[in-house]
Each structure stands twice: as structure tokens, then as C-alpha cells.
Design a protein around this ligand. Sequence first.
Ligand code: ATP
Length: 262
Amino acid sequence: MSQEIIDTVTQYCTKNIPVTLISQGAEAAIFTTPVHPYLQNTNEDEVYIIKYRPSKKYRHPTINKALTKHRTLSESRILAKLFQIKGIKVPKLIACDPYNGYIWLEFLGEDLPNGFGFSNLKNYLWMNATDSYHDNVKNTLVKVGEQIGLLHWNDYCHGDLTSSNIVLVKTESGGTWEPHLIDFGLSSISNLVEDKGVDLYVLERAIISTHSSFSDKYNEWILEGYSNIYKKHGKAGNQRLTEVLARFADVRMRGRKRSMIG
Ligand SMILES: Nc1ncnc2c1ncn2[C@@H]1O[C@H](COP(=O)(O)OP(=O)(O)OP(=O)(O)O)[C@@H](O)[C@H]1O
């Protein structure tokens, strides 16, 4: 399966654009390339992301085409709009070919020291497991909450908010990390508290499942950052925050009941 996808992408990109597969999920295959699609590269160390949505064998070709186009366009539109919103950090959209299912993006993140892997939130928390309550960890998690708060305040919902979909980028000074959100394949524009509550619940579950010993504190810090954003908007902000948090508690309760009943 993988080789077939690599061949398709290699052929599409031509030999002028070398690609390396770095991840293959349920929806898409992710490649890196040193080549920008329409600018002359000035820096040989540049890396870009190519996200390709392969067609599914079990789907009718017409449905495949329609879904590929719809999902590729939807993710690109949301990324382009989010990039315009002050404070929200997402990868830059560089190019999009909705008919063939390709998105070209800015590459974010780096390898963490000591073999802890790529700098997503999940690996970062593993890296800090021996000093979990350090101020740096708190600052990072509060900033994660702020990113989600900004997203929700602007009525966007992520739809797949796991700790792997939060990439940490080192600040210029090198001492701290700036969380960026990636993978908007399931995202939507939504003012429903239900969608926001589900986003918060999905991330809470992701943190509990991979970092259970410290998850209470971690989730508290994320909510602290989230609340900071809403509280900046005075009475209206506080009211909307109360509604989202109430629904979040409700979603959590439903989740518990479901796992008890099975
Ligand atoms: N802009 C980016 N910069 C750096 N790495 C990225 C970027 N976009 C994606 N990746 C890497 O590729 C992985 C998969 O990307 P993404 O989540 O967008 O694809 P996906 O197919 O929807 O994934 P999945 O099906 O696993 O949810 C990410 O977890 C990340 O490691």
C-alpha cells in the first residue's frame, strides 16, 4: 500500500521534487521535500510538507474524487483563514491541488534531544516526565490552552485534537516552545458548544491515556490558558466560557457512562 502511494506521489512531483514519506495515517500520507512549489529555494536546508490524500479502493471512483476534492479544499480553506487570525499558530498554506488531493505546507517543529522524537506535545511531555511540574512545562501547556481558546473563540473546532496534532516550535531565543495546531482535516466552522466540549474532551482523554500520573495538573494548565482567552472578552467572554465548560463536563460524563456500560 505504502509503496503504491510513494510511487503515485513521486510520479506527480516528478524527479525535480524529491519526496520522503514521514507518516501514513488513515486519511493521508505525509511527505517532506526540500523544494518549494513555486519559489526558487535560497536555503538548501528548507523543508516543506506535502500532504496527500490517496483514493480508497473500497470507494466508488466518483465518490473518491468528490471526497478528495472536498476534504483537501476544506482543510486548505480553514488553514488559510486561521493563519489570518491574530495569535493563532498554524502551518502556512503554500499550495493546494484539490483535484489530486495535495496540500503543500510549511514544515514545523524539530527533533527533540536525547531521542525523544519529533517535537509534538505528546513527546515533549514524555521528555519532561522526570520534572513534570517544571515552570516550562506549565508555560507550554498554558499556551496550548490559549491556542485552543483562540480557535474556539473564533468559532473553529479542530475535530481531532490529540497531543500529536499539537506541534511545538522553539522560540527564537531558544528557551521556550510555541505550540502550533496541525491537521485540520476534520475541522469545521462551528459555534456549537457541543463541538467545543468534544474538542476539549478528546484532548483531555489523549493526555490521560499517555501521561496518566500528571494528567490532572496538565489538563488544569490547558484549561487555565483556554479560560484566559475567553476572560479577555469581559462579561460576554465569561458567559461563553461557562457554557463551553458546562458542556465539556457533560461530554465527559457521557464518556464515563459509555465506558462503564461498554
Ligand atoms: N506542517 C507540518 N510540519 C511538521 N510535521 C507535520 C506537519 N503536518 C503533518 N506533520 C506530521 O505528519 C503527521 C500526520 O499529519 P496529519 O495529522 O496532518 O495527517 P493525517 O493523515 O490526518 O494523520 P492521522 O490520520 O494520523 O490523524 C503529524 O502527526 C506530524 O508528525
